[in-house]
Ligand binder design. Structure first.
Ligand code: 13P
Length: 253
């Protein structure tokens, strides 16, 4: 792994203030694991408190509204998330694409709002099982990337891509290391097509979908994998730290 591995925990719709103890424990341990860049994306209600509890790791959000503000009841703007303490925002997660009908254009608009607020952005892409079975995984992901990634001068360094095959999320199933490598090489080509060879080479590509302490080393060793976006296994310090330790070991290669 050329860069420091980037391990991001996505808490999804889990967590009340009782879970801040996990964030604190993760933060304390991260101090000893400087070879890994660690971040947590708690629910929006916990961003401010997590930022106060955890001083070393990154803290981010899971979604935002694309507008600066206005009559959008229940929504949260990128500037509000940043004000609460977020340093990055995840956009385009497949659960948002599915549950809220978000299109690639919506995801791009959100990514642009995140960058305009001064935060970094993690843009999620991934195929369904049906699309993979039909041999369309790489073309589906390439299309998502071309239509979802924000473009412009100096943008590439603020963008991370997360490849999360929909069928691997929360299922305990993962693609093979070869399949992950093939997909990540394909993503790298598309990203370089968008940002140019040099800037595109620096964009981190995370793998997400059933990453656990016992498979993290294997998955992180796949070609072009710059880290992981972790759901269920990021909910306790114990399991999340198992993944972070595996990443620290992978980063030493
Ligand atoms: P799981 O790690 O629970 O499969 O979730 C992955 C994910 O969706 C992270 O964003």
């Amino acid at each position: 792994m050329a860069q420091r591995p980037y391990i991001v925990g996505n808490w999804k719709m889990h967590g009340t203030r009782a879970m801040l103890a996990e964030a604190r424990a993760i933060d304390r341990a991260a101090e000893r694991l400087i070879k890994v860049e660690v971040a947590l994306a708690p629910p929006a209600t916990l961003i401010h408190a997590t930022r106060k509890e955890a001083t070393l790791i990154g803290v981010g959000a899971q979604d935002c509204h694309p507008a600066d503000g206005g009559a959008h009841t229940g929504d949260i703007s990128a500037a509000m998330l940043k004000d609460a303490g977020a340093g990055f925002t995840i956009v385009g997660h497949s659960e948002r694409r599915a549950d809220h009908g978000e299109s690639d254009a919506d995801v791009k608009a959100k990514a642009e709002a995140v960058l305009a607020s001064g935060m970094n952005v993690i843009v999620c892409v991934g195929e369904t099982e049906e699309q993979r079975d039909a041999g369309k995984a790489e073309s589906v992901v390439a299309k998502q990337l071309k239509a979802s990634l924000p473009t412009g001068e100096g943008v590439a360094e603020k963008v991370t891509v997360a490849y999360e095959p929909v069928w691997a999320i929360g299922t305990g199933r993962t693609p093979t290391v070869d399949d992950i490598g093939a997909m990540h090489r394909s993503i790298r080509k598309v990203v370089q097509g968008i940002y140019g060879d040099e800037d595109g080479a620096g964009v981190r590509i995370l793998y997400g979908g059933s990453v656990k302490p016992d498979n993290a080393a294997e998955l992180l060793a796949a070609d072009e994998v710059g880290g992981a976006l972790v759901g269920g296994a990021s909910l306790t310090a114990e399991s999340f730290l198992g993944i972070i330790v595996a990443a620290a070991e992978a980063g030493e290669d």
